[in-house]
Design a protein around this ligand. Structure first.
Ligand code: ADP
Length: 360
């Protein structure tokens, strides 16, 4: 037992250089070291603030902190590490009145690759991790989010009071077990053929984003229509997106479509967060998307194996069931959510503040 006592400043100094294993930067640089308390017998209690509640294997940080203190400050007693999370973002929906930290677009080069399933899973997974999440279905050609969540009620219109005393009408998103859900299908009808041309499309999306009472969110996931760049362009003019997630299947032809989608996002100045390989396995092969992502210098956000249960859950309106304990898809889906959240945090560090509106 050592006689000398440990000070908070000493602990902070020693822990400065502990690395965040995901972001690859020291805790001090990331301002992650929050409370440091010294208790009886030099017990050290440290609170670390993570960039996302969807932080994978946070025990690695606790382990590094313990090891660093043991090596550099041997007189320290028992070490307790606890975690909080605060999602930061570009908040660039502010120009149209949104209080959303990060807006994530989910796109694909073509239909049927599981884009909506991945968008819905991102929303569910981030919410399960503890984030405040909204999901907006902007796939005007085939809105499927309501179906995936088994929701068919019409959203309510609510009246809110603006700071200047004016009454404004807002669409209340559907609450799906805490997840805020809105679909373009609610506004344009699900069964009508969609013939929406440029300017109207732009107006519809703007209205849809702006007039929904999203409240405060950490992440707003937007399920885009496949292929087309129209809505992406509109979004990039209205808000500064955290970035786009591109979903593709592993076979060569599908990968060509993914390349087109990546190029499309680049053209409309939406950063590509990465690529998800969906339906990997016996039928379509495996690993193609990872390789393509590397070729295009885009992060790979994980694979989701083909699993009949994912289809069954989606068809039944129970996407959440794919996240149930014991579901074989759960670790893959969670991994995609975590990698996406980490990539957002990393991108934000590289481009901390963006102008709110580029102008139309
Ligand atoms: P998109 O939005 O790209 O058109 P969907 O998300 O609607 O695609 O998915 C198309 C079909 O494939 C749906 O029936 C869905 O349940 C199914 N599906 C998606 N991902 C998987 C998967 N990993 N394994 C099995 N079926 C899947």
């Amino acid at each position: 037992m050592s006689e000398s006592s440990v000070s908070e400043a000493q602990v902070r100094e020693v822990l400065r250089d502990v690395n965040d294993p995901e972001i690859g930067r020291p805790l001090a640089d990331l301002d992650m070291l929050r409370e440091v308390k010294i208790g009886p017998d030099n017990a050290v209690a440290v609170t670390v603030e993570l960039a996302t509640p969807a932080y994978p294997r946070r025990e690695r940080i606790a382990h590094s902190i313990g090891a660093m203190l043991a090596a550099k400050l041997p007189q320290a007693g028992r070490v307790d590490v606890s975690f909080t999370a605060r999602v930061k973002g570009k908040q660039s929906g502010g120009a149209i009145g949104l209080t959303v930290q990060n807006i994530i677009a989910v796109g694909s080069g073509k239909g049927g690759v599981g884009k909506s399933t991945v968008a819905a899973s991102l929303a569910v997974g981030l919410q399960l991790a503890g984030a405040r999440v909204g999901l907006m279905d902007a796939d005007i050609y085939g809105p499927s989010i309501p179906h995936l969540f088994g929701v068919n009620q019409r959203p309510e219109i609510v009246e809110q009071h603006a700071p200047d005393g004016q009454t404004i009408r807002r669409i209340k998103p559907i609450d799906a077990a805490g997840l805020k859900l809105m679909s373009i299908g609610f506004m344009i009808g699900f069964d009508e053929p969609v013939i929406v041309r440029g300017p109207i499309l732009h107006r519809t999306i703007q209205q849809f984003l702006q007039e929904t009472a999203w409240g405060e969110l950490d992440y707003l996931i937007i399920d885009l229509p496949p292929g087309t760049g129209d809505i992406s362009l509109t979004l990039s003019q209205l808000v500064g997106l955290a970035g786009a997630v591109v979903v593709c299947t592993p076979q060569q032809l599908a990968l060509l479509d993914a390349v087109k989608a990546i190029n499309m996002f680049r053209k409309v100045k939406i950063p590509v967060l990465g690529v998800v390989e969906n339906m990997s396995g016996e039928i379509f092969g495996r690993g193609g998307a990872k390789q393509k992502a590397a070729e295009m210098s885009v992060p790979f956000l994980g694979e989701i194996p083909i699993d009949a249960q994912i289809r069954v859950n989606g068809d039944a309106g129970h996407v959440r069931n794919s996240f149930a304990e014991g579901s074989p898809s759960r670790p893959y889906l969670m991994n995609v959510c975590e990698q996406t959240a980490i990539e957002i945090a990393r991108t934000l560090l590289e481009t901390p503040s963006m102008p709110t509106l580029e102008i139309l």
